[in-house]
Design a binder for this molecule. Structure first.
Ligand SMILES: [Fe+2]
Ligand SMILES: [Fe+2]
Length: 175
């Protein structure tokens, strides 16, 4: 592990050790967890768009896939499917829209994976992915989140977070 990598791990361990038991991962509201992961992936996307070397781009693409793919699959299963099962027509449409946008993001990831990391095609696809996800996250945090807040209790949202965590563990990341 690189020096920065091990420093980061140490920092994370210290943060975890300092987190009171009442704020254990499983007790978190699903929306708090999703927001945290959105910010992480948005940061990586900005780094990807600004990166210029092929090796840096490859490493960032790998990190983005590892963060985004489990997030998206688990979110579909735990959040979108719950919203699609509601009676409210707008909520059901929000869930459908989320699935479609995740599909577009998957396609951009596949395009990035096939492009040479030094190429203009890669740079273009990185920008498109960032724009797409910034739009997606903005809408998700306003529309889907209102659907979740209006229809699920605090306890249900904590349970959703636990389900989200276990669903993420089962996701296979495509090469
Ligand atoms: Fe999300
Ligand atoms: Fe999403």
């Amino acid at each position: 592990m690189s020096l920065t990598g091990s420093l980061r791990t140490t920092k994370r361990r210290m943060e975890n050790a300092l987190t009171p038991a009442t704020y254990a991962e499983g007790d978190m509201d699903i929306l708090t967890k999703l927001k945290k992961e959105h910010r992480e992936v948005q940061l990586l996307l900005t780094e990807l768009v600004n990166s210029e070397t092929a090796s840096e781009r490859k490493s960032l693409l790998r990190q983005i896939k590892q963060a985004l793919v489990p997030h998206s699959r688990a979110e579909e299963k735990v959040v979108y499917d719950a919203v699609r099962a509601l009676r409210d027509r707008d909520a059901r449409q929000d869930g459908e829209e989320g699935y479609l946008e995740h599909g577009l993001a998957d396609r951009m990831l596949a395009t990035l994976g096939k492009s040479s990391a030094a190429s203009v095609e890669f740079a273009a696809a990185a920008k498109v992915l960032r724009e797409l996800l910034n739009h997606h996250i903005r809408e998700e945090e306003s529309n889907i989140w209102s659907d979740v807040k209006d229809n699920f209790s605090d306890e249900e949202r904590e349970q959703m977070n636990r389900d989200f965590e276990s669903a993420k563990k089962k996701v296979k990341i495509p090469a």
